[in-house]
Design a protein around this ligand. Structure first.
Ligand code: PGA
Length: 256
């Protein structure tokens, strides 16, 4: 059975924030701010990406508080199991109810020096465990070469996937210069980047992945970004605060 998605994904990458007690508090507050009924049929799927140590708490308490959240992990091992100290496999994430996993976020690329083979392994292992990989791509500097850089980051993974796997990947455009900064990419830049990724991946592989945008999205700029026809948004800082996360959700769902 194919995995079902709402038309718009609002994903919160918590990075190395939120221990399990803070995760419980976030879910409790969000369930009060956004009752399950309000999220149903909204066309927007909310997902949180806590650290590994908070996943079990998120799984248990989003169910018991009836909080309308999907779960994702921030990384996954490129190996299915075995002697890989410190790594977490896709099947373990799947047992924790993860529907999504980030692959190749610019911070992991930089801090863990991920190779192309590792990125491909992560994507393949996630898909084999019915987890949707969100492959992050983004140019380091704001420049005209940026489009080539993001297309080649996506291509180098897509070229080693089979056609069925290509149909199961989400791509997130995340310009490195906009992440964790005070500037978001302009609607024009995002439109151009999404268009370049779409035509490149369709032209070379016949793939039409959902494209997200991430990089300093918040409750003040979401209004100007929501009309871009993207598949959703990946937020960092704005996803740590339940009130701001709920307000971005309401804007995307057309309720504000
Ligand atoms: P930011 O992070 O929203 O804090 O810029 C985005 C991301 O890293 O995905």
């Amino acid at each position: 059975m194919p995995v079902a998605f709402a038309p718009c994904l609002l994903a919160a990458n918590w990075k190395m924030n939120m221990d399990h007690l803070q995760t419980l508090e976030f879910i409790r507050e969000l369930s009060l701010l956004l009752p399950e009924k309000e999220a149903e049929g909204s066309g927007v799927e909310m997902a949180i990406f806590p650290p590994f140590t908070s996943l079990r708490t998120a799984q248990v308490f989003s169910a018991s508080y009836r909080c309308p959240l999907s779960l994702g992990a921030q990384d996954v091992s490129p190996h299915p199991s075995g002697a890989f100290t410190g790594e977490v496999s896709a099947s373990m994430l799947s047992r924790l109810g993860c529907k999504f996993v980030l692959v190749g976020h610019s911070e992991s690329r930089k801090n863990h020096h991920e190779t192309r083979e590792e990125l491909v392994g992560k994507v393949k292992n996630a898909i084999a465990c019915r987890i949707t990989p969100i492959l992050c791509v983004g140019e380091k500097e704001k420049s005209v070469e940026g489009l080539e850089e993001i297309c080649s980051q996506a291509e180098e993974v897509f070229c080693d996937l089979d056609p069925e796997e290509r149909g199961k990947v989400i791509v997130s455009y995340e310009p490195v210069w906009a992440i964790g900064s005070s500037v978001t990419a302009s609607p024009d830049i995002i439109r151009r980047a999404a268009g370049a990724l779409e035509s490149d991946l369709f032209g070379k592989f016949g793939a039409s992945p959902k494209i997200l945008y991430g990089g300093s999205v918040n409750e003040r700029n979401i209004e100007s970004l929501k009309g871009l026809g993207l598949g959703g948004f990946l937020v960092g800082r704005a996803g740590l605060n339940p009130a701001e996360f709920a307000s971005i959700f309401r804007c995307l769902a057309g309720k504000e």
